[in-house]
Design a protein around this ligand. Structure first.
Ligand code: SF4
Length: 292
C-alpha cells in the first residue's frame, strides 16, 4: 500500500519512468498460453502484471522476470509510451509532473541562489524592524526544523523558514501554472481526441528528467568544488543536458501535433504553444547556472 499509493518518490518516478528506455515487457499471448506450474509474483506495488502496459508504476525490481515465460526486460523507444494512445494520460500524472517535478522541485533546487528570495527577505526584515515585530527574527528554531549551527554562525530565523516555505510552494505553484498554459493552449488549438492537455503536459517529461538531474547534481558539484576537482566540463554538461531535455520534449510535442487530424493552422498554433513551457524552463535554469 505504501509503495503504490503513499510513497512520494513513487509518484515522481511514476512520471519519469514513462520515458524509461528499458522496461518489463509482458507478452499477453505467451502469458495466457503458459501451462506449467508457477509461483505467484510478489510484486511490491501490487500490479496486475498480466495487463501491465506502462512502466509507470513498475519499480523494475525484476521479481516477475521470466514469469510464465512472458515477462522480459526489454529496450524500447523512450517516447513510445507517451505517444501510445492506448496508455491513458492521467490528470494526477500530469499535475505531479508540472507542479511537483517541474514546479516545487525546481524551486527547491534553486532557492539558495535566488536574488528574489534575498530581496524579499531583506524587505520583510526591514518592515518587521520598522514595526517593532522581532519574534520572526529570532533564530531559536530547533535544529531538526531548520539549519542551526551556532558554532559556525549558520543560523536560520523563523522568517527564513517562512520565506523558504512560501518560495517553494508559491514559486512552485506559479511556475507550474505558467507551464500549464502551453499544453492547455495546444490541446485547445487541436481539439483532437487523445490529444488532451494531460498528454501534452506529459510531453514535458524529458525536460522534467533533465531538470531533476540538474537539480540533484548541484549538491554533488558543491562537494566536488570543496575537493578542488577540475570542473571545466560542468557548464557544457549542464548545457548539453538541458538542451537534450528541451529537444526531447519538443520532439514529443511535435510528434503529438503531427498525429492530429486538425488543419495546418491549428497544428502550427499547437506547436508554437508548446514552445512556451520549454522556453520557460530553459530560461529558469539559465538564470540559475549562468546569470545569478
Ligand atoms: S518488475 Fe517488480 S514492480 Fe515491476 S511488475 Fe514486476 S514484480 Fe512488479
Amino acid at each position: 500500500i505504501w509503495c503504490r499509493y503513499l510513497c512520494p518518490a513513487s509518484g515522481v518516478f511514476a512520471v519519469l519512468a514513462k520515458i524509461a528506455p528499458l522496461h518489463y515487457k509482458v507478452d499477453r499471448d505467451a502469458w495466457d498460453k503458459h501451462q506449467g506450474d508457477f509461483e505467484p509474483v510478489n510484486c511490491a506495488p501490487l500490479l496486475d502484471v498480466r495487463r501491465m502496459t506502462s512502466a509507470s508504476e513498475c519499480h523494475s525490481c525484476g521479481r516477475c522476470a521470466g514469469q510464465r515465460d512472458a515477462v522480459t526486460y526489454s529496450a524500447r523507444s523512450p517516447f513510445s509510451e507517451i505517444l501510445d494512445f492506448n496508455n491513458p494520460a492521467r490528470t494526477p500524472d500530469a499535475l505531479t509532473l508540472v507542479y511537483g517535478v517541474l514546479g516545487v522541485a525546481t524551486a527547491a533546487f534553486q532557492w539558495t541562489l535566488s536574488p528574489w528570495l534575498l530581496s524579499a527577505k531583506l524587505a520583510a526584515a526591514e518592515w518587521l524592524v520598522d514595526h517593532d515585530h522581532f519574534a520572526l527574527l529570532d533564530n531559536d528554531v530547533p535544529w531538526w526544523l531548520l539549519t542551526h549551527y551556532p558554532e559556525a554562525s549558520d543560523l536560520f530565523t523563523w522568517l527564513d523558514g517562512a520565506l523558504i516555505l512560501a518560495y517553494l510552494l508559491g514559486g512552485g505553484f506559479l511556475l507550474g501554472s505558467l507551464l500549464l498554459i502551453g499544453p492547455a493552449l495546444a490541446a485547445r488549438a487541436l481539439k483532437t481526441e487523445h490529444l488532451s492537455w494531460q498528454r501534452f503536459t506529459l510531453a514535458l517529461t524529458p525536460l522534467a528528467a533533465a531538470s531533476v538531474i540538474l537539480g540533484l547534481s548541484m549538491l554533488t558539484v558543491t562537494h566536488l568544488k570543496a575537493e578542488h576537482l577540475w570542473l571545466g566540463w560542468l557548464p557544457w554538461f549542464r548545457i548539453g543536458l538541458l538542451t537534450a531535455g528541451c529537444l526531447g520534449s519538443l520532439w514529443l510535442a511535435f510528434q503529438l501535433v503531427l498525429r492530429s487530424t486538425g488543419k495546418n493552422a491549428q497544428k502550427w498554433n499547437a506547436g508554437i504553444a508548446m514552445l512556451w513551457p520549454v522556453g520557460l524552463m530553459a530560461t529558469v535554469w539559465t538564470l540559475v547556472f549562468f546569470v545569478w
